[in-house]
Design a protein around this ligand. Structure first.
Ligand code: SAH
Ligand code: SF4
Ligand code: F3S
Length: 464
């Protein structure tokens, strides 16, 4: 009998990947994904603990789900197994069990391969199953092969966890120590993805550029080498990786940007702040000038490289002058796109007990100023494409009929009127307009760059 599985995902791309893996583990037990929690036999909240607001949402969502669970029981429609996974489960597992005893399973990111056992236990007994272990074995050795197609653009986790211990961050505690999957496992997964229609792979890791895996030849590979090997896979048109730390940007990886055409000219390289004093207090272990030099080297290797980043404003002790240094760095680097956050004190992290917390209204006004600057850069970047043709990999059907959505090499979201047979293909699109977060374009007729995984290669007629 098929059972309905609803997974709600918050947080980073790793969580999106993990949610897909959980669905893979549960499929042999009869669970099939559905789009809404009402009536579901299992609901999993895959949670994020990175900032306060992210964690709060979990408890309010649980309140709503409890009603659905009760309603299902009253209707004698079977039992809804309610589960909390992800980083809030890891960090606050016991608190969840205490505050929300109607939750059946609470388990951390390193335990997903044991889901069948947890489900069996939860089905047998009342009370919550709690599993926040960091098992000795790697879950990647036990997770089943991913379901046939993961879409045109897919995530592939190559690295997980973090040993850097930035003083603001929970990730080293919620995901555990840095772990790199072996190269052959990654290459095997990549080949299966491509066979299933994937044309773009985004390599994932909390510190993806720290990846160093055992190569099939017995030597240790770095990410640059892995990317070169992936580029040999026939049909894999685009490769990306995220998120990187400035300290792990190896020479060979920088060279790969110059030498591997499939490696896209877009890099998410968070710097967090522009003041050396704050960077030191954050334990980032590099200076603002180190970052400037690194970006220079990257742009020398790949002149059209679009930069993205993350910034935190209002870190404890941040003065007006420190914040001005962040604005200065942003102005100098020029970002195509970036994320900025107000510092959020996280339980258990060193910065949260720093006496020099910055008042909320100061954080607000700094965030607004930084946002304005980053937004202006993004708008200018996007506008510089109007009138140009860009190769777009169409990966989704648009919400409006007859429209496809895809991405430019620089990660811009592009939409255009296009026939569905262009899904999975890289097509030249002339950019007509730049909107706040996307580009609108027209397919340049008569030209296509790659064969579609879903359709035989054809030459386009006038009305693509
Ligand atoms: N591993 C990545 C980032 C992971 S968290 C890296 O090292 O860059 C994603 C982003 O969330 C971080 O880059 C940071 O900008 C932000 N972040 C993390 N902890 C935060 C906190 N306590 N308050 C506000 N923003 C935070
Ligand atoms: Fe968090 Fe720093 Fe590790 Fe990134 S490098 S995950 S910000 S501790
Ligand atoms: Fe959030 Fe965990 Fe990712 S805290 S950002 S889901 S690693």
């Amino acid at each position: 009998m098929t059972k309905k599985l609803f997974i709600k995902t918050w947080g980073c791309q790793m969580n999106v990947y993990d949610s897909a893996r959980m669905a893979d583990v549960l499929a042999p037990l009869g669970y099939q994904p559905v789009d809404e929690p009402d009536g579901a036999d299992m609901v999993i909240l895959n949670t994020c603990h990175i900032r306060e607001k992210a964690a709060e949402k979990v408890f309010s969502e649980l309140g709503r789900l409890r009603q659905l669970k009760d309603r299902k029981a009253e209707a004698e429609d079977g039992r809804m197994i309610l589960a909390v996974a992800g980083c809030v489960a890891q960090a606050e597992g016991e608190e969840i069990v205490a505050r929300a005893p109607f939750v059946d399973m609470v388990f951390g990111p390193q335990t997903y391969h044991t889901l069948p056992e947890m489900v069996a236990k939860a089905s047998r007994a009342a009370g919550s199953v709690l599993n926040t272990d960091f098992p000795a074995e790697s879950k990647f050795d036990f997770l089943p092969e991913e379901a046939a197609s993961q879409g045109v653009s897919a995530f592939l986790a190559v690295q997980e966890g973090c040993d850097k211990f930035c003083t603001f961050c929970v990730v080293p505690y919620t995901r555990g120590a840095e772990f790199s999957r072996p190269a052959d496992q990654i290459l095997g997964e990549a080949k299966r993805l491509v066979a299933g229609g994937t044309r773009e792979i985004n390599l994932l890791g909390q510190n993806v550029n720290a990846w160093h895996g055992d190569g099939p030849d017995g030597s240790t590979w770095g990410l640059g080498r892995l990317i070169r090997e992936l580029a040999e896979i026939d049909g894999l048109e685009r490769i990306r990786y995220t998120t990187s730390h400035p300290r792990d940007m190896a020479d060979d990886l920088i060279r790969a940007h110059a030498e591997v055409p499939q490696l896209m000219p877009y890099l998410h390289l968070p710097v967090q702040a522009g003041s050396d004093r704050i960077l030191a207090a954050m334990n980032r272990k590099h200076t603002a000038d180190d970052y400037r030099r690194l970006v220079d080297r990257l742009r020398t290797a790949k002149p059209d490289l679009a930069m993205s980043g993350d910034f935190i404003v209002g870190f404890p002790g941040e003065s007006d002058a420190d914040f001005a240094a962040t604005l200065k760095l942003v102005t100098e680097i020029g970002y195509a796109q970036a994320y900025s956050f107000k510092y959020s004190p996280r339980p258990g992290t060193p910065a949260s007990v720093d006496g020099a917390q910055v008042p909320e209204e100061v954080k607000e006004s700094r965030l607004a100023a930084l946002h304005q600057l980053l937004n202006a850069q993004q708008v200018a970047f996007n506008h510089s494409f109007v009138g140009r043709s860009v190769p777009v990999l169409f990966d989704r059907v648009g919400r409006r009929g007859g429209q496809l959505l895809g991405r430019s090499p620089w990660m811009q979201s592009v939409h255009a009127e296009a026939n569905e047979r262009l899904l999975g293909r890289i097509v030249e699109v002339r950019v007509d307009a730049a909107l706040a977060n996307s580009l609108a374009g027209t397919v340049v007729t008569g030209e296509y760059i790659t064969a579609s995984p879903f359709q035989p290669a054809v030459t386009l007629e006038a009305s693509a």
